[in-house]
Design a protein around this ligand. Structure first.
Ligand SMILES: C[S@@+](CC[C@H](N)C(=O)[O-])C[C@H]1O[C@@H](n2cnc3c(N)ncnc32)[C@H](O)[C@@H]1O
Length: 220
């Protein structure tokens, strides 16, 4: 299923493993070309893949055309504010390399608000080294990072992917944001210059038999 590899794709297996068992509905925020949504669809009954870029949403639609995946072209925070994404309706919410495109606190709060009780959040994000300790850790990781990259034949990805290298937080900032915004969250560095945030929404056991949410956007 993985037709290319890069430092975002390297997190997909871990993210799929973080999905709750019997997951009915999953959301990928900033889905890009839909590769992760395609994988989530193997474990969830229904997946929403959202991206603000018309080009990315179109690529995601093409990739997931045969799957139970609904692609939404929208700004994430606007979609939550306007109720396009219903609150408390997803068993799993994920996002890879997107948080630095958004207001990170608002985005984490919005993602958390979409989870049903006991639902899980798994976010992979970018951070930058800004302290001596950060640089030492990065230097120690470098040979492993390069070896993994070579083993995959180098990095590649879809054409036209929107990037933002201006607002990448430091490791310390990203950790503080995660732990302040989502009390009880787990934050840790990964090998590919990314961090992972994992969090479980408080509340009762996920209710069996709950109807899936519906998003008022037509598939094309
Ligand atoms: C670096 S790419 C990562 C894409 C994909 N998650 C991956 O791992 O390959 C960031 C993605 O976030 C999307 N994005 C940026 N701002 C957004 C917003 N406000 N709402 C929804 N998506 C957004 C971009 O269009 C882009 O596809």
């Amino acid at each position: 299923m993985t037709d290319y590899w890069n430092h975002n794709v390297a997190h997909h297996a871990r993210i799929v493993r973080a999905m709750p068992p019997n997951c009915r509905s999953a959301l990928d925020v900033g889905c890009g070309d839909g590769l992760l949504a395609q994988k989530l669809a193997t474990r969830a009954n229904w997946v929403v893949a959202l991206d603000a870029s018309a080009d990315m949403a179109e690529q995601a639609r093409r990739r997931t055309a045969e799957l139970d995946v609904e692609v939404v072209e929208a700004d994430f925070l606007a979609a939550v504010r306007d109720g396009v994404l219903p609150r408390h309706s997803f068993g799993f919410v994920t996002s890879v390399a997107v948080l630095h495109h958004l207001d990170p606190e608002a985005a984490l709060q919005a993602m958390a608000s979409l989870l049903e009780p006991g639902g899980r959040l798994a976010v992979a994000g970018l951070a930058m080294s800004r302290s001596a300790v950060d640089w030492l850790i990065a230097a120690a990781q470098l040979p492993i990072v390069q070896t993994i990259r070579l083993a995959h034949g180098g990095k590649s990805g879809p054409d036209g992917m929107p990037m933002n290298f201006d607002d990448i937080p430091s490791w310390a900032q990203s950790k503080r944001t995660a732990l302040d915004t989502l009390p009880g969250a787990r934050w840790h560095r990964t090998l590919q210059l990314r961090y992972m945030i994992e969090w479980t929404a408080p509340g009762a056991e996920r209710r069996a038999g709950q109807r899936r949410a519906s998003v008022p956007v037509e598939r094309t």
